[in-house]
Design a protein around this ligand. Structure first.
Ligand code: 3PG
Length: 332
């Protein structure tokens, strides 16, 4: 029997989940093809079991069938970039909440979840510093010829352009500024100019303006129907001589053919990405040290990010079951 935590909200509209959580031993599954650090899993267990619920783990799974089987009787699911498709949702008969421990939730079929009344949340900001540090490291790596021989260059004095000024974009901007870079940003969703001004960042009004001034362009846009394949030939060709594109966002936002064409026509351009594109082998062969792609997405691969995001996910689930808190719901 789970520990009963007093229900404090008087005006909650739907108490069904809360009452279910009192009479039922909620089952929470952590399904991570790319596992969390052990410390993060221990912390998740402490929160889940502390609330009186049961935790199960499906780590490093290699087959979708394993996920379909594991979700069959769970009430809540914690994932990373794991794909929660309509098929997974169909197989999860008791599922009430999915928390993506991280920022991007393009891996969850929101329509299928909403159709079943399943709440989907992310944990915004929890792994941002890890991703921002990687972006900065990637800039240095490319500026120094991938740590091989030859004369490199410095970040100081160069223009760092941030495409989308959210949690990660802001941190990349601040770290770049600390290295002496001139930081410029574009984000059509931020209407309040003081957000940029507070960081001493110059705001530009179009994506074209941003790329045209970028010695380093750090991408932080999500993968949506609007952004998929949106970064390609024209934008790259407009970048200054010797410019570098850094992608710690999503591989899907890149028009791979367009980028290949630009890198072929402009031998001064460079591209580094956190998760290899479909054309990785061709890029390696054609562009040598002007291109680098990590074999597996590693932006959030730090113990700190795993702990921050994993524990936040566990807390959000308990808070949902106990208090009905939907602050981080993304499918409202
Ligand atoms: C995110 O969207 O939070 C990052 O891309 C991290 O993804 P990961 O948890 O799969 O490493």
């Amino acid at each position: 029997m789970p520990t009963i935590v007093p229900f404090t909200r008087e005006k909650r509209e739907d108490k069904a989940i809360y009452y279910t959580s009192l009479i039922k031993d909620m089952k929470i599954l952590v399904a991570t093809e790319k596992p969390f650090a052990k410390k993060a899993v221990d912390g998740i267990r402490e929160i889940v079991e502390g609330a009186g619920y049961t935790l199960s783990l499906l780590e490093k799974y290699t087959d979708k069938a394993q996920l379909l089987e594991a979700v069959a009787d769970v009430d809540a699911l914690i994932i990373r970039s794991d794909k929660v498709t309509a098929e997974v949702i169909d197989a999860a008969h008791n599922l009430k909440i999915v928390v993506r421990a991280g920022a991007g939730y393009d891996n969850v079929d929101l329509a299928a979840a909403s159709a079943r009344g399943i709440v989907v949340m992310n944990t915004p900001g929890q792994n941002s510093n890890a991703v921002a540090e990687l972006a900065l490291g990637m800039m240095v790596y490319m500026a120094r010829n991938q740590f091989t021989s030859g004369t490199g260059s410095e970040l100081s004095g160069k223009t760092l352009a941030i495409h989308a000024y959210g949690n990660v974009g802001k941190l990349v901007g601040r770290k770049g500024a600390a290295c002496g870079m001139n930081v410029v940003a574009y984000d059509p969703f931020i209407k309040d100019d003081s957000v940029f001004a507070a960081d001493g960042v110059k705001k530009v009004d179009s994506v074209e303006e941003l790329y045209a001034c970028a010695d380093y362009l750090s991408l932080h846009i999500p993968a949506t129907e609007q952004t998929k394949g949106s970064i390609g030939y024209d934008l790259l060709m407009s970048m200054p001589k010797g410019a570098t594109l850094i992608n710690t966002a999503r591989k899907e936002v890149i028009d791979e053919e367009g980028v290949a064409k630009a890198l072929t026509e402009r031998e001064d351009l460079k591209y580094i990405t956190d998760i290899a594109p479909a054309m990785h082998d061709l890029y390696c062969e054609k562009f040598g040290k002007r291109y680098f792609g990590t074999p597996k997405k590693m932006g959030a691969e730090t113990a700190e990010a795993n702990i921050n995001a994993g524990l936040a996910a566990a807390r959000q689930i308990v808070d949902y079951f106990v208090n009905g808190n939907v602050k981080f719901q993304v499918n409202k």
